[in-house]
Design a protein around this ligand. Structure first.
Ligand code: AOF
Ligand code: ZN
Length: 357
């Protein structure tokens, strides 16, 4: 039997948890029996049931003798929830069809299923499954959030003019896509300079969207407490990440980080965010913060929008400014994985070649 179409449906179910599962994977599950689907479920959010349990809670008839199709190996550990494999066995499922193995070292679900006499098929649409959960697999491998940069630049590689004007380089269609992106990421990060010059809200303005954490990185304490991110804070998700030890009187949570090179130690910051279950960070910063993440080899992905304008100017800003490579052979290497058009703009989605999980 070919399980690809059922697996595709699991992916679609899994995607309903997009932006809500934090450091957990997106998982969809289906029970198939006597030629029809008798139940569907998915992992709705970080705190809610795993997909298999959600699916078992929505069955039209008993699952006994049926096939469970799920995009990730069912878990076998006690985390926030008891092991899914126990429930799969208790429900007398006959066969389990999986796309990806769970790289969480605590999980060894396939062995438990096989020991219970259940047939297990793995690797169905494996690459698509990996792409779907690229954040989760990176989290598991590096024990830190996936870090992506997003910026819009002109044809001549400028993200702002000599007078620091940067509104609006990309067009409306590109910006609508950015709102969708923000919904996919757990946190949006900017530096104090961007906060001062753009005063962004950093919210996701799409229907049913979840607002990401908003992180402001600063080594000084001269932030304007009336900036939008501190005002529009009903869900209390603005974080100031600083290496300063001074006190702030500001409407935000403060994360104190180690100091590196005179600023915030970014690796330490990512560790601290991961401890708070933040699995992905989108940097909408500017030249300095982009370069700081690049130099630390922490950039996993870039969304680069290119608008058909030319800014020119000796002092206009490019996306990365600061210390750079002396030789081309020392340049940081990425792979262009996707090229999309948004009206007159183009977007490259590029990934760090060393980060494949
Ligand atoms: C599954 N089905 O839908 C998900 C799984 O703390 P917990 O109990 O939520 O466990 C989280 C871990 O469980 C996570 O790191 C991953 O290994 C697995 N996620 N497993 O069987 C699911 N979301
Ligand atoms: Zn589970």
């Amino acid at each position: 039997m070919n399980y690809e179409n059922l697996m595709r449906e699991c992916f679609d179910l899994a995607l309903k948890g997009r932006g809500k599962v934090l450091t957990n994977p997106m998982v969809g599950a289906i029970v198939f029996k006597n030629g029809k689907i008798i139940g569907r479920g998915y992992h709705r959010s970080f705190y809610q049931d795993h997909a298999e349990i959600d699916c078992f809670n929505n069955l039209e008839e008993a699952a006994e003798g049926g096939t469970l199709v799920v995009n990730l190996e069912p878990c076998s550990h006690f985390g926030k929830h008891p092991p899914c494999v126990d429930e799969v066995i208790r429900r007398k499922i006959k066969k389990v069809v999986i796309s990806n193995l769970d790289t969480n070292p605590k999980v060894d679900g396939i062995k438990k299923l096989k020991d219970a006499g259940i047939e297990v098929i793995t690797g169905v649409l494996e690459n698509e499954g990996k792409k779907l959960n690229e954040k989760f697999f990176l989290n598991m491998k590096y024990k830190r959030p996936l870090l992506a940069l997003k910026y819009a630049q002109s044809l001549d590689g400028k993200i702002a003019t000599e007078t620091f004007d940067s509104k609006w380089i990309s067009n409306e269609e590109s910006r609508a896509f950015v709102h969708k992106l923000r919904n996919d990421y757990d946190a949006i990060l900017v530096g104090a300079n961007t906060l001062a010059s753009d005063n962004p809200r950093l919210t996701s303005r799409i229907d049913g969207g979840v607002n990401p954490y908003r992180i402001i990185v600063t080594n000084s304490l001269s932030l304007d407490p009336l900036s939008e991110v501190f005002l529009e804070n009903s869900d209390n998700k603005t974080i100031i990440a600083t290496n300063s030890t001074k006190d702030f009187d500001i409407n935000a949570e403060i994360i104190r980080c180690k100091t590196k090179g005179g600023g915030v130690d970014l690796e330490d910051l990512l560790d601290k965010l991961y401890q708070r279950d933040i699995g992905s960070v989108l940097v909408e910063g500017g030249s300095v913060i982009n370069n700081a993440f690049l130099r630390e080899n922490l950039v996993d992905k870039i969304y680069q929008f290119i608008a058909p304008i030319i800014v020119s100017g000796l002092r206009s800003r490019s996306a990365f400014m600061g210390e750079g490579a002396k030789l081309i052979s020392e340049a940081k290497k990425f792979r262009i994985d996707e090229i999309r058009r948004f009206g007159s703009d183009v977007m490259f989605e590029v990934n760090n070649v060393y980060r494949d999980c």
